[in-house]
Design a protein around this ligand. Structure first.
Ligand code: PEP
Ligand code: MG
Length: 328
């Protein structure tokens, strides 16, 4: 694997028409960080902080969290890291944290998880905020919140960070040079209020794993359903296109951080609707950078616009596959 990574490490993801696409990687542990230089990724677009909680026998205390975040930032050097606050609950259950008071949930994926837990257990979010702020002293902190469903949830989470920042300032602690706040778009309802939220955001990260599960009402962990609904469905592509339109005119960086961005045809389709930033699994970084170099954005943009008009082709996947095949 290291050899395959090395061959593509220095490939610069410019499209044929000269647009620089941002290709970042997803991570969750210290051990993931060497992949940043091995793959030549532009940064970590999604650092899943709950991994530390999942591999830990007890709730990670502030010192341990701070140490991890500092190590991650040190390992990233000049490259940006986007930390996502804990996304526990759903399929990620912590034995030592009865996050749902031990209540059985019929539908944990749409249950008491992620920011919903963090806003209720404010202590958890406070500790994480303080750890991240301290770890990023003197640097830029990029932080985003998972499963934001309504703008007030973003505001409430940001307020927890801002109050910790004030506290640290009062303590004469060294602060981050800048704090950039972002939201994950995973819950379709948020897309309907992007005009309200966009002015508050530095960036928006589209989590297409959860987003598609909610758009199709199809459990992402059920293999039968995974085969039934395609990421290259006009429903998803049209939805994402509307999301881009929803933040247009605001200075919001939009990234797709779901698994689909690491697949060739899916990445091609995303470029075709206007996505310019991807965060994907490290193994896909090289292959996707290579793909980017073959793409003419005007051509794929025009092709996608045509396909997304009514009626769409019977299979957008087949149409894209054919298109890519014809162009090598
Ligand atoms: C997503 O939902 O697309 C995402 C990136 O987050 P996770 O896979 O960790 O739920
Ligand atoms: Mg998610």
């Amino acid at each position: 694997r290291a050899a395959a990574y090395a061959a593509l490490r220095d490939v610069e993801p410019f499209t044929r028409d000269g647009t620089r696409i941002t290709v970042m990687m997803n991570a969750g542990l210290r051990d993931d960080m060497p992949n940043l230089s091995l793959t030549g990724a532009d940064g970590v677009g999604l650092f899943r902080t709950e991994f530390q909680f999942l591999v830990s026998a007890t709730l990670p205390q502030r010192e341990r969290q701070t140490r991890l975040y500092r190590d991650v930032l040190d390992a990233a050097g000049d490259k940006p890291v986007v930390f996502r606050t804990v996304d526990i609950g759903g399929d990620k259950v912590l034995p030592y944290l009865r996050h749902n008071n031990g209540e059985h949930e019929e539908n944990p994926a749409m249950g008491w998880r992620a920011l919903r837990v963090a806003l209720e257990r404010e202590g958890l979010l406070k500790v994480q905020a303080r750890s991240l702020l301290e770890a990023a002293a003197g640097r830029t902190l990029n932080v985003m919140f998972p499963m934001v469903s309504e703008p007030w949830e973003f505001d409430a989470a940001k307020a927890v960070f801002e109050s910790q920042r004030l506290y640290l300032k009062g303590q004469k602690k060294k602060l981050p040079e800048a704090v950039r706040y972002g939201a994950m778009l995973e819950v379709p309802a948020l897309a309907e209020q992007l005009d309200v939220l966009a002015p508050q955001l530095s960036f928006l990260s589209i989590g297409t794993n959860d987003l598609t599960q909610f758009l199709f009402a199809a459990d992402r962990s059920n293999p039968k359903l995974a085969e039934r609904y395609d990421w290259l469905s006009p429903s998803i592509m049209r939805f994402l296109r509307r999301v881009l339109a929803g933040v247009a005119g605001h200075s919001v960086d939009v990234t797709v951080c779901g698994e689909m961005g690491g697949r060739r045809l899916e990445a091609l389709a995303l470029l075709g609707i206007g996505i310019r930033r991807l965060s994907i699994t490290p193994a896909s970084v090289g292959p996707i950078k290579e793909l980017v170099r073959k793409v003419d954005l005007d051509q794929i943009g025009a092709a996608m616009s045509g396909w997304l008009l009514a009626p769409p082709p019977p299979s957008l996947r087949d149409a894209l596959g054919q298109w890519a095949h014809e162009r090598g």
